[in-house]
Design a protein around this ligand. Sequence first.
Ligand SMILES: Cc1cc2nc3c(=O)[nH]c(=O)nc-3n(C[C@H](O)[C@H](O)[C@H](O)COP(=O)(O)OP(=O)(O)OC[C@H]3O[C@@H](n4cnc5c(N)ncnc54)[C@H](O)[C@@H]3O)c2cc1C
Length: 317
Amino acid sequence: MSSLGTTVIGGGISGIACARALAEQGRAVQVLDRGRRLGGRMGGRTLHGRVVDLGASYLTVGADSPFAPVVAGWVDRGLARPWTDTFAVAGPDGVEQTKTGPMRYGTAGGLRTLVEDLATGLDVELERTVHAVTGGDRPSVDGRPTDAVVLAMPDPQATRLVTPDADVPDADWQPTLSVALGWPTRRWAADLHGAFVHDSPVLDWLADDGDRRGDGAAVLVAHSTAAFAADHLEDPDAAAPAVAAAVRAALGISEEPEWSHVHRWSFAKPAHAREAPFDLTGGLGLCGDGWSAPSKVESAWRSGDALGHALAAALPA
Ligand SMILES: Cc1cc2nc3c(=O)[nH]c(=O)nc-3n(C[C@H](O)[C@H](O)[C@H](O)COP(=O)(O)OP(=O)(O)OC[C@H]3O[C@@H](n4cnc5c(N)ncnc54)[C@H](O)[C@@H]3O)c2cc1C
């Protein structure tokens, strides 16, 4: 009997890394994602004529990481670009200092273009919402048999898909609101790049989107605290004025923004990512940034890549 292949559900970077690893080992694999485009939490949206990153702000990579050659390839081909290693640190009432850390990479076309590049040549079906999955000896996706199933998504989303007899570990996940704010021209220092905001009930972080994307647009993207997001999940648009006010106070901007756009991430990040790189029990694999702690793009890629290799070795020849 011919092999049915593996079905990867989730076209974020972990699912695509997993599918890529399987395909490179000569395994049949199909990716299903409910979105109109790949990328998951590396997604963005076209607002006022340009793409704005509304999920991850940037990516980082360790020098010895297996992800490093992938990032280097993106940089070589002009898809990713080193952005900055230095951000501001702000309190609720103003910028206090700068902080230098690892190089952060951005993109001209939006971070999801990196996931789309990684998916080149893979069998991907978009706008395909999966409703039910079984694992064990007879894996299936919405009743269709498959050799193995990979759930590459936050735990709460994975849990919903798995029948009660399957083993999906649970964990707490935190929400975030991403709020894009546009002004006619920059109202902040050209070398701001971004700012970590401490002691604010509203704001965690803000990024200069025109700076990281390289087009100089006067657009900031603010990420709310988890507690503020939890209070506004039902009506996220109503949160825009409070976030704009907090951004203006942190950066000393006197003018209101010309426009705003709110995106709700119900499962932005795990409260506690696991150290283990993935789970593989029978024909059911779990990967994503809830594994390979700490939660970030690099961890999600590593988790998916490691699961893909493990699955390729575990499946019958
Ligand atoms: C606001 C925010 C800021 C962040 N900032 C950073 C940062 O600056 N740097 C960094 O490194 N990381 C950052 N992260 C984390 C980073 O985005 C994630 O670690 C990474 O993108 C997770 O990838 P993933 O593949 O594990 O999951 P996801 O990207 O969430 O992919 C899951 C996919 O599954 C699909 N899916 C879910 N359910 C179904 C279903 N039933 N049927 C079909 N498809 C389904 C979804 O459409 C989605 O595409 C941030 C995240 C958020 C939300």
